[in-house]
Each structure stands twice: as structure tokens, then as C-alpha cells.
Design a protein around this ligand. Sequence first.
Ligand SMILES: C[S@@+](CC[C@H](N)C(=O)[O-])C[C@H]1O[C@@H](n2cnc3c(N)ncnc32)[C@H](O)[C@@H]1O
Length: 444
Amino acid sequence: MSEFLPVEPKQRHIEFEIGEPASEVKVELAFERKLELGVTFKDSMKQGAFGWYPYVEGFSAKYITGILDRFQPGNVYDPFGGSGTTCLAASRLGVQSYYSEINPFMAFVTETKVNSSIWASSNQNFFHDVCKDFIGKIRSKDFEKMVRKVDISSYEQAFPNRDFFELTDVRELLCARNIALEYESVHPHAKNLLLLACAANTVKSSNMTRRADLRRRRPDEYKNRVVDVKAFVADSVIRMCSDVAAMPNKLVSTVMVSANAMSISDDFESRFEFALTSPPYLNGTNYFRNTKIELWLAGFISSEKDLSGFNRQAITAGISNVTKNKPDDLIFPAVELVVNELLAVATDSRIPRLVRHYFSDMYMMFSQVLKGLVPGGKFVLDIGDSKFYGVHVKTDILLVDVAKAAGFNVDAECVIARRHSRDKTELKQVEIVFSKPMISAGNR
Ligand SMILES: C[S@@+](CC[C@H](N)C(=O)[O-])C[C@H]1O[C@@H](n2cnc3c(N)ncnc32)[C@H](O)[C@@H]1O
């Protein structure tokens, strides 16, 4: 008998308000908007601070700004903050934002893009002088001397026997980073901004590339790229300076609620008017492996082994963070139908487990967002479906079940983009609007 069946007695069952199989769950397909070009991070790269760190998993700034314009919330919470697109868009519209993010490097990116840039914008002349001073240092003759002497043992210890970088390039990157860190005594926000300028060029300065996953560059890729760490970092700093000068006057800060979206403090109960997010997709990116060189450069890990701690706390969304036993998994009848289909065909036994873990974790997140929202507060989420071994996992429809089990109402769902699975079948990306009932089980 399969190791997944029957459901262990320890596992908790969630009773649905609606108990029918997922395929019969009716969601209003309100309208289909053709936004194929407007929902990826690509268009954010050229939009001021949105593009200070290249995050392929990021939201489109335009799409998020459009949603905030549509709902006009007094404040907004993003449980999966990532590179801070929601928080930065909110900041520019004069809206207070809150976020959770388990990857400490991504939380740093958010803090820097939003809170440090507010500091820079209010101290433009000072920030300009800091940038000039920093660029002067990395272009100086002394820099060359420092590069020759720099200690690279942290790199060798973190990634033994890996050649992620040419040695000269990692030396220059470490030197630029060390100089950036010295600005802590000038102002912590100045240090953050300069450190981000270094970190944003980590992959570009390496032998790697990030196309969804971080991998080695093939010899035929980026043939014309000449790695020039000093020029890359200086260009990022110059760009920051001009972006800061063009920032709107009224910017609002962001507040970190928790690292883990599956656990937020009761202090945030009924604090959020609106929530907006792009959660990890099922079998999507490994967010920690993908940012491991930035996590190391910015001082958040000292070895690849440290990544497993983050993986354990993250939403189980990729095959590499499926654990054998997760006795606390919540069991949803509609999800189990898909799990059973997968058990019949999957040669990799982690896939059915992945599906079960994913929806169980997403339930935890929904229940926390529900707690944080005011009664009547809306939660907008974008999600895509997946296909494994020919089994279509209708993630959007299953998430509706799970969100309802957590106590949400579903207001609308619309298709925002078409995608394709590896076998070329059509998949979609949808936007779902949930709302917290005016009278919910918690405040009845
Ligand atoms: C699709 S990305 C979000 C991208 C974001 N919308 C942006 O524009 O940059 C999902 C994020 O969820 C984070 N994450 C995964 N599990 C988490 C958890 N349990 N709590 C908080 N964040 C988590 C990942 O580190 C990743 O940055």
C-alpha cells in the first residue's frame, strides 16, 4: 500500500463549508484581462527603485500599482514580500505597507528599496556625497591594492570547490562589499544602499546565470559580456542616485510583520485593510538556492548547509523541500483527489507529498492573513496551475477550497496570463480576490 494512504489518524481534517470535489467548485470568472505583457518583473527593471535588484520571481510594478489604484486601501500587507514590489508601490502611493518574507536577503532588499530610499530621498545631497565618495574609493589605486590583499576565506568556506566566480572578480566584489559595510558608521541606510548595489551585481559578476534557477552560464551565453565588477557596482550606485532624485515627495515606510507568513503575531490582528501577494508557485523556484551567493555576500549564510533552515520554514513549494514525514499536514478532500491521482502515476513519490504539503502550508498562511485583515478586508492573490505526470493540478481552484476552509469568501477570479507547461499544455495565471467576512467565526 502506498505510504500516503490511508491518512494517518494524527493528521487533522478540515471540514469544508463546501465539500464537493475541486472541479465542481464554482468561482465567478468575472472577466478575462489580457495582461500577458504586464505581469512579470521584466517591466519593473527600468522603473526606478523597483529594478534595483533583478528578481525574476518579482511582480510587475505596473500590475501592482494598478491593483492598489483599483482598491485604494488605507494600508496593505504582502505575506510573501519577495523583492518588495507591493511595499514599494504602496510607498509611492502614500500607503503604509507591511510584509513577511522568510528569505533574509529578500527582506533586506525590501527594507532597502523602501525604507533606505526614503532616507536617501530626504537627505539627497548627503546621499549624493556618500555615493561620490564610495565610487571614488572603488575607482582608486588603493582599491587595486586592497583587492590583492582581500581575505576570500569566507567564500572558500561557504562554497568549497565551487568556481562560481573567477578569483579576480570575487576579490573585487568582496572589496566593494567591505567598503560598503564601512558606511554603517556614516549611516545604516547609506550602508544598506551601497551593499544592495554590490549584491545586485553578484550573479552578473559570476560564472552563473539566473533564468528561474541559478545555474552555470553556458559558453554560448553572454558571449560579449566582460565582467567588470567595479563598473557594474558604480553603475548601480549612479542609477540609485538618479532614481532617488526622481522619487515622489511623499513616500511611506514599510514594516516587517514576521519572517514566516505562516505565523504572525497577535499584535497584527485586524491591522490590515488589504492584502496582496504572489505566493510561491507549486513546483516553482527554490528561492534560497537561487539567492545563495547574495545570501553569502550579504552575510546571511556562511555555508550552503544554512539554506536547509530556510527551506524548512518556507511554504513547501519545490521538490527539494519535501520532507518524508510531515504529520501535521492538514488534509483537504479536494486536494486528496489529486494526490491519489498522482500516487497512481508518479514515479517520484515526493510529488504527491509536495502537493499535500503545499496546500496544507497555504492554509496556514490564509488563516494568518485572515487574522491580520479587518472584517471586510480583501486579499488579492495571483497564482498559476501546474501539471505533473500528466495530472493537472488546478492550484487556483484548490486554493479557493483551502481559503474557504480558512474562513475567506471568494469575490472574483480572472485570468491574467496564459502559460505553458513543459509538455506544452496550456496553463494559466489567475488573480483571485478573497474577502474576510464582515462577521467571521473569530469575531461572531
Ligand atoms: C513569488 S515570490 C514573491 C515575489 C514578490 N511579489 C516580488 O515582487 O518580489 C514568493 C516569496 O515568498 C517567500 N516565501 C516562501 N515561503 C515563505 C514563508 N513561509 N513566509 C514568508 N515568505 C515566504 C520566498 O522567499 C519568495 O521571496
